[in-house]
Design a binder for this molecule. Structure first.
Ligand SMILES: [Zn+2]
Length: 281
């Protein structure tokens, strides 16, 4: 009987116990074990297979922006539990848990700064915070970032990573899709650039709104990008999906993404686009 074939599971748990917590990471790309220090020295990219591990918003700021140039905006905005959401834990409890774990108030850090001397309005989503779902605070911070870019006539950069809209805020989450898109339309009508950077994973309501509206859309290698995840689509349609479906590479091949950019080249690449846009303006 299947139940008697359990020793294999025991082996796995013993291995886990032997691995000191937090010092080693198993790479989802090549299944190799990588030391934290090695990852930290390599922009959290696997030195064996180039798999891009998630970065926090703070790490992205350090990697992308000119040193000391970042000024945060709207850090005080906080979500309200409008729906009085009751699940396994209340929405307020969940928010508090993620705030304690990440040191963030919500899933996006926004502000302005400079990239190789180009002034930018920038928003960075942090997947560690409730899967970077977009509720009213994320939507409002993003919208204000875009509006700051428009008012100050500078480019807007949004680094996306998201599980989609935040169900705890219901309709208030969904309306953020229209709000951010509207702000981007006004930004575009002023002939100002918006560069959308997709990271692993960028999905659902975020992909269906501002993330797919960039004048230039670039993605980190092998990011999962799409509306619903491949597992959900497969379970709903009962169809086998094409090889590589919903990877950034697949979307680039089919014209939905302009360029796949390695994290090591991201800053230089964005700067190059900004130079191009400023020359064209
Ligand atoms: Zn790897």
């Amino acid at each position: 009987m299947a139940i008697f074939k359990r020793p294999a599971l025991k082996t796995t748990s013993r291995k886990k116990r032997e691995m000191p917590q937090g010092l080693w990471q198993k790479c989802p790309g090549c299944a190799d074990v990588v030391h934290e220090i090695e990852l930290a020295q390599n922009l959290r990219v696997c030195p064996r297979c180039d798999y891009h591990f998630a970065l926090s918003a703070q790490e992205r700021i350090e990697n992308l922006l000119d040193s000391g140039s970042f000024v945060e905006h709207d850090g005080e905005l906080r979500s309200v539990d409008t729906l009085q959401f009751q699940g396994m834990a209340s929405y307020e409890d969940r928010l508090r848990k993620y705030q304690d774990a990440t040191g963030l108030i919500d899933a996006a850090v926004t502000g302005h700064g400079a990239i190789e001397g180009h002034r930018v309005a920038i928003a960075i989503m942090d997947f560690r915070f409730l899967a970077a779902t977009m509720g009213s605070v994320v939507g409002e911070r993003l919208t204000r970032t875009i509006e700051f870019g428009t008012a100050n006539r500078c480019g807007v950069i949004i680094i996306s990573a998201s599980g989609g809209a935040r169900m705890y805020e219901g309709m208030l989450s969904l309306m953020q899709m229209a709000k951010t898109s509207g702000a981007l339309a006004r930004h575009a009508s002023e002939r100002l650039p918006y560069i959308s950077v997709l990271t692993n994973p960028t999905t659902a309501g975020v992909m269906a709104s501002f993330a797919s509206l960039g004048d230039v859309i670039i993605a980190e290698p092998r990011s999962m990008v799409g509306f619903a995840g491949p597992r959900v689509i497969k379970e709903t349609t009962h169809q086998d999906l094409p090889e590589g479906f919903q990877t950034a590479e697949f979307l680039e091949e089919h014209g939905l993404i302009d360029s796949i950019v390695h994290r090591r080249r991201m800053r230089a690449q964005i700067a190059q686009f900004l130079t191009y846009f400023s020359a064209a303006a």
